[in-house]
Design a protein around this ligand. Structure first.
Ligand SMILES: Nc1ncnc2c1ncn2[C@@H]1O[C@H](COP(=O)(O)OP(=O)(O)OP(=O)(O)O)[C@@H](O)[C@H]1O
Length: 187
């Protein structure tokens, strides 16, 4: 069985990953959206935070492996993630290195990120800007980049077109190779 494709959207908080995912699954009927927020909901229900009964495993561990399980069964996914530190990045790359990932960078200027944070009211102001110190700074070789502060119609249509055409995507493999090289050169 062929592995399902994984369209992995990487961008800071408020960059517009969820909104973009919703548009993509409307345009790609054979794709499903799996969000890390879904895991937060599950774990929030299972844990009893008041009594300190906590699951001692990062949410991302489950998230990355679930993506792999769906793909193993041929299910195509749109997933959104913030590769915001080394632990998350290493786990994501290690778990999904042999999977057909289409790596998409979701970008947005800082002023617009801060405007969205204010508007949302449930996000720490400055969180997105702080994440930008790491996100998109690790030599990510995106197959596709989208700026959500601009009109996105053309870039979304182009992304959908190349996915439907089953184009070859090398960004994920190149990114992981680069990352591994820089890690090994640092000893
Ligand atoms: N293209 C856009 N134009 C204008 N506003 C947008 C756009 N995309 C998203 N937003 C707004 O920005 C806010 C954050 O969007 P969204 O939830 O999609 O971001 P996210 O990257 O998934 O954030 P988080 O990682 O914090 O969940 C929402 O209030 C949404 O309405």
């Amino acid at each position: 069985m062929n592995k399902g494709k994984v369209i992995l959207l990487n961008g800071v908080s408020s960059s517009g990953k969820s909104a973009l995912s919703k548009i993509l699954i409307q345009k790609l009927p054979n794709y499903f959206h799996l969000s890390i927020d879904d895991y937060d909901t599950i774990i929030d229900r299972m844990e009893n935070r008041e009594s300190g009964q906590l699951i001692p495993v990062p949410t991302e561990h489950f998230f990355h492996r679930t993506i792999a399980m769906f793909s193993d069964k041929g299910v195509n996914l749109v997933v959104d993630q913030i590769l915001h530190n080394n632990d998350t990045t290493i786990d994501c790359y290690a778990t999904l290195k042999d999977y057909p990932v289409v790596f998409v960078g979701v970008h947005c200027p800082v002023e617009e990120l801060e405007r969205r944070e204010l508007e949302r009211g449930d996000r720490t102001i400055g969180q997105a800007k702080a994440q930008l110190q790491y996100v998109h700074q690790q030599g990510e070789q995106y197959d596709f980049k989208i700026d959500t502060s601009e009109s996105m119609d053309n870039s979304i249509n182009e992304l959908v077109r190349v996915i439907m055409e089953e184009a070859e995507f090398r960004g994920w493999e190149n990114t992981i190779n680069l990352y591994n090289k820089s890690e090994s050169s640092m000893g």
